[in-house]
Design a binder for this molecule. Structure first.
Ligand SMILES: [Zn+2]
Length: 172
């Protein structure tokens, strides 16, 4: 025996001995289909259109996501110049070609970098150590490091500087 939930209104009415003659009996084939009232039909239509709207939005979101993913992939495969610059910035920089005279003091010694195209006064560079004046203090063979301003005498140290300057001071 079928439960009342699966029956049409008419069948239900008949079951309860309350015939409703306003309802027509449906042929067996169609009785399984749901018979909608105008209200139900409207409700169903709005439900269908609501589901279509949801599906449409989901589709839109899917397309949106796919578009974003495509763009992200493109960005990942094609590095911008800025990104490359940032990456190479982590690597130690090679020494720049000298554009200025550069004097470097390292453990190995000192080096002087001369920019290409620049010439030094050869006389000064090549002959500097040989022609460097010796200390003028008698008996001292050291190379001068200072000059006495007034007399322009070369001296090797502050000590010998004083040795040469003192007599002049004592006179004054
Ligand atoms: Zn000296």
């Amino acid at each position: 025996m079928p439960t009342s939930g699966n029956l049409t209104r008419r069948q239900r009415a008949r079951m309860h001995d309350q015939p409703d003659e306003t309802l027509l009996e449906l042929p067996e084939m169609e009785s399984k289909k749901r018979k909608y009232t105008a209200e139900e039909a409207a409700l169903r239509r709005s439900e269908v259109s609501r589901r279509r709207e949801v599906q449409r939005k989901q589709k839109m979101e899917q397309i949106h996501r796919q578009t974003i993913n495509k763009l992200l992939k493109k960005q990942a495969s094609r590095k911008t110049k800025q990104e490359e610059a940032e990456e190479s910035a982590d690597l130690p920089l090679p020494p720049p070609p000298p554009s200025l005279l550069r004097y470097q003091w390292t453990k190995e010694g000192t080096t002087l970098s001369i920019p290409e195209g620049m010439t030094l006064y050869k006389g000064q560079v090549s002959s500097y150590p040989e022609e460097r004046a010796k200390c003028e203090v008698p008996g001292c063979t050291k190379v001068h490091r200072y000059r006495i301003p007034k007399t322009n005498q070369p001296v090797c140290s502050l000590e010998h500087y004083r040795a040469l300057v003192k007599p002049a001071n004592s006179v004054a």
